[in-house]
Design a protein around this ligand. Structure first.
Ligand code: ADP
Ligand code: MG
Ligand code: ZN
Length: 486
C-alpha cells in the first residue's frame, strides 16, 4: 500500500519591534545580550502590574495577515494560557486563543510540481517566554526574551511532502523579511517551527492520527524531523500497528523523534480572557491603511522576474528569496541595459545565482556585506561578453574582486589577463606546439580524435588560460587538418 504524508505547521516568529509586547523593555538579541538585563516588573510577571499592548506589534501582525491573504478580524481578545514552567514568570502566557487577529488565508509556495497554495488557518499574537540555560549541573533562567511579541502562524494540513514543507518554510521566511517584521536569522531562534505529521493510505480523504514535533529551530531540523517521522509512521502502519497521538521532541544528534508527553488539550490550560486588556476593535480604515503599506511580496516579484526578465521560475525564486538580492539583481539589470554590449538579465542572473552565491556561501556573507557592487559585476560580465577575458578568467577575477574589493577591470589590467585575441599570434603558438609533438600529431592523423583536446589544453596552458578555448579548438583542428593534406 502506498502512503501519503500530511503535514500542518505551527510557526512562531518573533516580531522584532523596538519594545516588548506589553512593556517598554527593548527587544534584544537574546543570544548575545547580558542575561536578565532587559526585564521590568511587567515582563517579570509581578502581581499588580498592568500590561499595555504594543500597537506596532498589532500592526505588523495585521500586515502579515494581509500578506498571507487572510481576513482581518473585527475584534480580537487576549487570553491567559495557564501552565507552570520556570521560563514563564507569570505562570500564564498571554495569547489570542480563539479570537485571533487574522483568519483563513493562504501562501503560494514553489512546490516541486509547480506553484501550490497552502491554506493559513490563523495568525495571532502571544508573548515569548524566557530561556533556560543549562550550565554544568545547574539550570539558570534568562528573562530578556520574556514578553517579546511572538506571532503564531498556523497552517491547514496542506503539505504532502518534505519538499513542500521546505518550500513553505522558505517562502514564509522570505515574506516576513520582505515585510521587515522579522530578520529571518534562524540561528538566533527568531523563527521556530512545530510540525504536525500524519500519514494515510493514498486516496483516503480522512486524516490519519498525527504527532506533533516541537522546537524545530532550523530548516535542517524541520526537514530531517518531518522526514524521519513520516518514515516512522509508515513503518508502524505497514507492520499493522497504530500511531499514537503524542507530542514529540527532535533529537538532533541521534536524528530521531522522541515521545515527550501525551497530547495536551485546550482545557488543560484553563484559558480565560485577560482581565487587564480590553478587547481590541480593529477599525476597517486601519486595516485599509495597512494594506496600502504592503510592499511588493516575494511571490509577486518572482512572477514579475519570470515575465519581465525571461528567467526560469527556479532562478527567479533564488533571486527573490532575499529582497536585498532581488534589489541587487535589479540594480545590475538597470546598469546592463545602459552600456554596450547589452547584457541579458539572464546572464546576470546566472552570475549571481552561480558564482556569486557560491562565494557568498563559502564566506558566510549576505549580499549587503559583500564588496562587489552591481556596477562591478556588470563590468565583469561585460568583459566576458565582449571576449576581453574568457569565462574561466572571469570567474577567477570575480573571486579576486570578492576577496579584495578591487574593481574587476583593475584586476584584469594588473594581472595582464586580457584574452589573446590576436589570431595570428595564436596560430603561431599552435604551430609551435604541433611541431614540438610530432607523435601526438601522428596519432591524431591516424584517427585518435581525443588528441585534439589534449592539444587545446597545451595551448591554453601556453597562453596561461587567456585564450578563448572555443577559438583555440578551431585553430588546433584547422592546423592538424592542414598537416593531413600537407
Ligand atoms: P493543536 O492546537 O492541538 O496543536 P490544531 O487542531 O490547532 O491542534 O492543529 C495544529 C496543526 O496541526 C495545524 O497546523 C493543523 O494543520 C495540523 N493538523 C491537524 N490535524 C492534522 C493531521 N491529522 N495531520 C497533519 N497535520 C494536522
Ligand atoms: Mg499545536
Ligand atoms: Zn519589561
Amino acid at each position: 500500500m502506498e502512503f501519503e504524508p500530511v503535514i500542518g505547521l505551527e510557526i512562531h516568529a518573533e516580531l522584532q519591534t523596538r519594545s516588548k509586547m506589553f512593556c517598554p523593555c527593548p527587544v534584544v538579541d537574546s543570544t548575545v545580550a547580558e542575561p536578565n538585563r532587559y526585564v521590568c516588573p511587567v515582563c517579570a510577571g509581578m502581581p499588580g502590574t498592568l500590561p499595555v499592548p504594543n500597537q506596532r506589534a498589532i500592526e505588523w501582525t495585521i500586515l502579515t495577515g494581509l500578506a498571507l491573504n487572510c481576513t482581518i478580524a473585527e475584534y480580537s481578545l487576549f487570553y491567559r494560557k495557564n501552565y507552570f514552567y520556570p521560563d514563564l514568570p507569570a505562570e500564564y502566557q498571554r495569547s489570542m486563543y480563539d479570537y485571533p487577529l487574522c483568519l483563513n488565508g493562504w501562501l503560494e509556495i514553489e512546490a516541486p510540481a509547480g506553484p501550490k497554495r497552502v491554506r493559513i488557518r490563523r495568525v495571532h499574537i502571544e508573548e515569548d517566554t524566557g530561556k533556560l540555560i543549562h550550565v554544568g549541573g545547574a539550570t539558570l533562567v534568562d528573562f530578556n526574551r520574556a514578553g517579546v511579541p511572538l506571532m503564531e502562524i498556523v497552517t491547514e494540513p496542506d503539505m504532502n511532502s518534505v519538499e513542500e514543507v521546505k518550500a513553505f518554510a522558505t517562502a514564509l521566511r522570505a515574506l516576513l523579511r520582505y515585510l521587515g517584521v522579522n530578520s529571518g536569522d534562524m540561528e538566533k531562534g527568531v523563527i521556530r517551527f512545530e510540525a504536525n505529521v500524519s500519514v494515510r493510505p493514498r486516496g483516503e480523504t480522512r486524516l490519519g492520527t498525527r504527532t506533533e514535533i516541537k522546537n524545530l529551530n532550523s530548516f535542517r531540523a524541520l526537514v530531517r524531523a518531518v522526514d524521519y517521522e513520516i518514515r516512522r509512521q509508515i513503518e508502524i502502519l505497514r507492520s499493522g500497528g497504530t500511531v499514537v497521538q503524542e507530542t514529540m521532541g527532535w533529537d538532533e544528534s541521534r536524528g530521531v523523534t522522541v515521545p515527550q508527553r501525551g497530547k495536551e488539550y485546550a482545557h488543560d490550560y484553563r484559558y480565560f480572557p485577560e482581565p487587564d486588556i480590553p478587547p481590541l476593535v480593529i477599525a476597517r480604515e486601519w486595516v485599509e491603511a495597512l494594506r496600502a503599506q504592503l510592499p511588493e511580496l516575494p511571490q509577486a516579484r518572482l512572477e514579475r522576474f519570470v515575465r519581465d526578465y525571461a528567467l526560469s521560475r527556479y532562478e527567479a525564486a533564488l533571486l527573490t528569496e532575499d529582497h536585498r538580492v532581488a534589489d541587487y539583481f535589479e540594480q545590475a539589470v538597470a546598469l546592463a541595459v545602459q552600456g554596450e554590449p547589452a547584457l541579458e538579465p539572464r546572464t546576470l542572473a546566472g552570475w549571481i545565482t552561480g558564482e556569486l552565491f557560491r562565494l557568498m556561501n563559502e564566506a558566510h556573507l549576505e549580499i549587503h556585506e559583500i564588496r562587489v557592487p552591481p556596477e562591478a559585476l556588470v563590468d565583469l560580465a561585460r568583459m566576458v561578453q565582449r571576449g576581453e577575458i574568457n569565462l574561466n578568467t572571469g570567474k577567477w577575477v570575480l573571486r579576486e574582486a570578492f576577496e579584495s574589493g578591487e574593481a574587476p577591470r583593475r584586476i584584469v589590467a594588473a594581472k595582464g589577463l586580457t584574452q589573446i585575441r590576436d589570431v595570428a599570434a595564436l596560430r603561431e603558438i599552435v604551430q609551435q606546439i604541433l611541431d614540438a609533438h610530432p607523435k601526438e600529431v601522428e596519432s591524431y592523423l591516424k584517427g585518435k580524435e581525443g588528441v585534439l583536446k589534449w592539444f587545446v589544453g597545451q595551448v591554453m596552458r601556453a597562453t596561461r588560460g587567456q585564450a578563448d578555448p572555443q577559438r583555440v579548438n578551431e585553430l588546433v583542428r584547422e592546423a592538424l587538418e592542414a598537416r593531413r593534406s600537407g
